[in-house]
Structure formats: C-alpha cells, structure tokens
Design a protein around this ligand. Structure first.
Ligand code: NAP
Length: 451
C-alpha cells in the first residue's frame, strides 16, 4: 500500500504536489480552510486575466484521480492541529502560501483610505473571508489613487481600477464588485516605483496591457526613462528590464489622450515617506531618489506631493507562521532544505515538508510552483525510500471522518463540484463563464446540500 499524505493548501503548489505524490502511488488529502480549492488562482490572479485563471481547469482534474481528496472548510491550526495531521498521515506537505502583506513602514499607513493590495484583490475576487476595508463605500468617493510598488500585483490593481465597465463585465467578479467599480469616479491612477524603470519587477506583457486600455491614457515623464549607468547595466543583463524600458520609453513619447476617462501616471525614483490625512487619506509625500556610484538608492532631497483619496500598498505578500511549525520571521517562510522542514537544530523534521510561496517566498509565476512542488515531493520520496517516512508512522484512522464526527462541515469534491456548477449557471444566466459566489455561508449551503 502507498503512503498517505496530507497537503495543507489547495493552491497551485498544493495541487502540483498532490499530483506528483499521487503519480508515485500516494493517497493524498488536500486540506484548505476555504470551502473551495485553487488558492491564488481563484483569489489572486486578476479576474480579467481569463487565460491565466483558466489554469484552474487543469488543476481541477486532480480531483478525478483515485486516492486524491479535497478536505475543504478545515483550518489547520484551529480545526485540526499540525500534530494531529502528523499523527494521522505518513507525511504532511505545507503549501499554504503567503496570505499577509508587507508593510510600507511610513507614518499614516493605518489611515482609512490606505489599503493593502492583498485586501483590494481579496475583495474584487470575492474572497469569502474578506474582512478588510469597505470598498463598496470607499470607492464611491475615490477620484485619485496612488498604487505603491511596481510589481505585477500593482499593475493588476492599476488595470482593474482603470478599466471601463465594459472591459470588466465578462469577468467572474461578484456582481456587487462590478457595480462598485463601474460607479467609482476614478480619474487619476499613479503607479509609484521607488527605484527606476530598469529595476521594476512587473513583466512586459502585463505592463503593455496598461497601454491598451479602452478609456485610459498612460503618462510617463521622459526624464524617468533616461537611464543612468546603473540602469544601463541592469538593462544589458536583464531582457525583461530591457523590454520594460522600451515600452515605457515609447509611452513617454506618445501624444496624450486628453479625452481618456482615466489618466495613469507612472512615477519612478519616488519613495513614499508619509501618508497624509487626518481621518482619511488626502495625499502622499514622495522623496525623489537616485543611485549613487555604488548603485545604492539615495534620496535627492527633492520632494513631491500627490493629492490622492486612496493609497494601495502593493509592496509584496508575506507568509505567516503556523502554530507548531518552525518559521523564519525575517523572510516570512518556513526554513527548509529542498522542501524538508528544518527544526531549531537545522535538522529535518521527519515527515514534514513545504512547497510554494511559504517555502521560497512570494515570487515567480504559477508554473514556478510546479517545479518547486516536484522538488519537495522528490525529497519526500527519497525519505520514503530510505525508510525515514512511511514506516508505519501514519495511522489507519480516517481523520476526515473524525473531523466530520466532530461537527466540522468538511467540503469534499462533490461539494466543490456543486459550487462550481452553481457559479457556472449564474455566469451563463448573464452570458459569461461564471460568477463567483463570495459569501461563505452560501458556499457552504450549496456544498453541503449535495455532500
Ligand atoms: P513583487 O514583484 O515583489 O513587487 C513588489 C514591489 O514593491 C517592487 O516594485 C518593490 O520595489 C516594491 N516595494 C517593496 N517595498 C517597498 C517600499 N517599502 N516602498 C516602495 N516600494 C516597495 O511582488 P508582487 O507584485 O506582490 O507580486 C508577487 C509575485 O506574484 C511576483 O512574482 C509576481 O510576478 C507574481 N504575479 C504575477 C502575475 C502575472 O503573471 N500576471 C500577476 C500578479 C502577481 P523594490 O524592487 O525596489 O523592492
């Protein structure tokens, strides 16, 4: 008989791990605190990026495999402890991602109207546990927005806030989100990088989309795309940086479109120093920066002020600790060697593994997680072969049955399939692929009536 493994988290890294484990004969239970699978593919990838979101159709096939189960609506750390999992399975693979946000650490960061991109993204993708700012109210008054950070998440946020209602109508965003975005009086969106265009972490395909929006113009200051020697060197060795700079330089020369409903202004070498406002954000203070001869970013002493009603801090995700599991606070990851979780003595903890963002930090594209998960599964299988895992450490008790007996409304594959069907039916009624059900109680109602 093959080994039994619990995977914690049903995002791409968890499902790639489940697939690789099952290929090697393991029975796999994939736990998720949400009643639906797919993690950031559902609650991170921008809803208007339909082709990237369609990865879920591939991921979904994992549930058809014999020996792979979805254990949704079960939170590891509260509904069930890591020790219980370790006792019930031969091995546990943690793939729960990075659900928090990095801080800007400037005064005014906690003012109403200063929000984390992770919150805005959770809201517009219809995350059932969303408890952040009331965007349905906030966005009614927002004319000018600053998005801090120049990664792909920042670009997603700028694009979603700048698209016309027609450009978003076909997405699976919940209806209230579409209505709020359509009514938001957004006119100005500032995208702010503390370093130069050659150091931005967005990718060119994503950047280019900003220049192709139906009713938005992109403004780039020519001086911002003139390269210093540090940036020349960066562009020479990084093809993505070179392509990004080329696109931005073209935009700097483009004739303005004064009739556009939204103006997107890209700022480089602008470091946020303070968020201004008394009981609500009214502005953002920026310090102009430059590179010194060593390539370190230094302040020029020149300041800039932007009048804005909303600041979206898009400076990266951050992983959180799980009770009972070692954690590297400084990096926000679980310490590991090739996916084997390392204890305080830096020795691997038998039967405990990690993959995805909580293993290596919040970077890379979806496919990066496949390689990452396969590496972890390789380590796990080496340990099975060497006899340190799967030597009778797991019990024959079915923990899932036990959780149900404790009164936990575990959502399995049939429950997820029922949700999937309802979402697709609602989408079909309005001529699109699906409408996301965002209310947890409703998700559970749909799931449990068919369990
Ligand atoms: P990211 O790529 O790491 O970008 C974070 C940005 O925040 C960087 O521009 C960084 O600038 C900036 N930043 C950090 N601290 C700052 C501070 N204190 N003040 C000002 N700026 C600061 O992270 P992300 O955008 O959250 O994306 C996470 C991962 O998901 C990435 O791998 C991304 O490519 C991926 N993703 C991909 C897609 C897609 O393929 N379409 C969509 C969304 C996300 P510095 O470089 O100067 O630190």
């Amino acid at each position: 008989m093959g080994i039994r493994v619990a995977v914690v988290g049903s995002g791409p890294s968890g499902l790639y791990a489940a697939e690789a484990l099952n290929d090697r004969g393991a029975a796999v239970d994939v736990y998720d605190k949400l009643p639906v699978p797919f993690g950031l593919v559902r609650y991170g990838v921008a809803p208007d990026h339909l082709s990237i979101r369609s990865v879920r159709n591939t991921l979904d096939r994992v549930w058809d495999r014999e020996g792979v189960r979805f254990v949704g609506n079960v939170e590891v750390g509260s509904d069930v402890s890591i020790d219980e999992l370790r006792a019930a399975y031969d091995a546990v693979v943690l793939t729960y991602g990075a659900s928090s946000d990095r801080r800007l650490a400037v005064p005014g960061e906690d003012l109403p109207g200063s929000v984390a991109a992770t919150d805005l993204v959770a809201w517009y993708t219809g995350h059932p546990d969303y408890r952040g700012p009331d965007f349905d109210d906030l966005l009614r008054r927002v004319r000018s927005v600053a998005v801090v950070g120049v990664g792909n998440v920042a670009v997603d946020v700028v694009r979603v806030l700048s698209k016309s209602p027609e450009e978003l109508a076909h997405t699976d965003m919940p209806d209230h989100v579409l209505a709020t975005l359509a009514a938001a009086p957004v006119e100005q969106v500032h995208l702010i990088g503390r370093r130069g265009p050659a150091q931005a972490s967005f990718t060119t395909k994503e950047l280019k989309e900003l220049g192709e929006l139906a009713d938005a113009d992109v403004v780039v200051t020519p001086a911002d795309v003139e390269l210093d020697s540090i940036s020349e060197a960066a562009v020479a060795e990084n093809k993505v940086a070179a392509r990004n700079v080329k696109v931005l330089a073209e935009w700097a020369e483009r004739a303005p479109r004064p009739d556009a409903a939204v103006q997107i202004t890209v700022h480089f070498f602008a470091r946020p120093t303070q968020i201004i406002g008394e009981d609500q954000v009214t502005g953002l203070e920026l310090q102009r920066t430059t590179f010194d001869a060593d390539g370190s970013l230094v302040d020029t002493g020149e300041h800039e002020h932007l009048d804005v009603d909303l600041i979206v801090r898009s400076v990266g995700y951050r992983g959180l600790a799980l009770p009972g599991v070692p954690f590297d606070e400084s990096r926000g990851v679980i310490p590991n060697l090739d996916g084997r979780v390392l204890g305080d003595d830096d020795a691997p903890i038998a039967g405990l593994y990690v993959a995805g963002w909580i293993k290596r930090g919040p970077s890379g594209i979806i496919g990066t997680n496949k390689k990452c998960a396969v590496q972890t599964v390789g380590s796990l299988m080496e340990d099975v072969e060497s006899g340190s895992v799967g030597n009778g450490s797991g019990t024959d008790t079915d923990l899932v049955d036990e959780l149900r007996a404790r009164g936990i409304a575990v959502v399995g594959v049939p429950g997820w399939r029922a949700i999937d069907l309802v979402e697709q039916q609602r989408g079909a009624a309005s001529g699109k692929e699906r409408v996301t059900v965002h209310d947890r109680a409703e998700l559970l109602r749909v799931a449990t009536t068919t369990q």
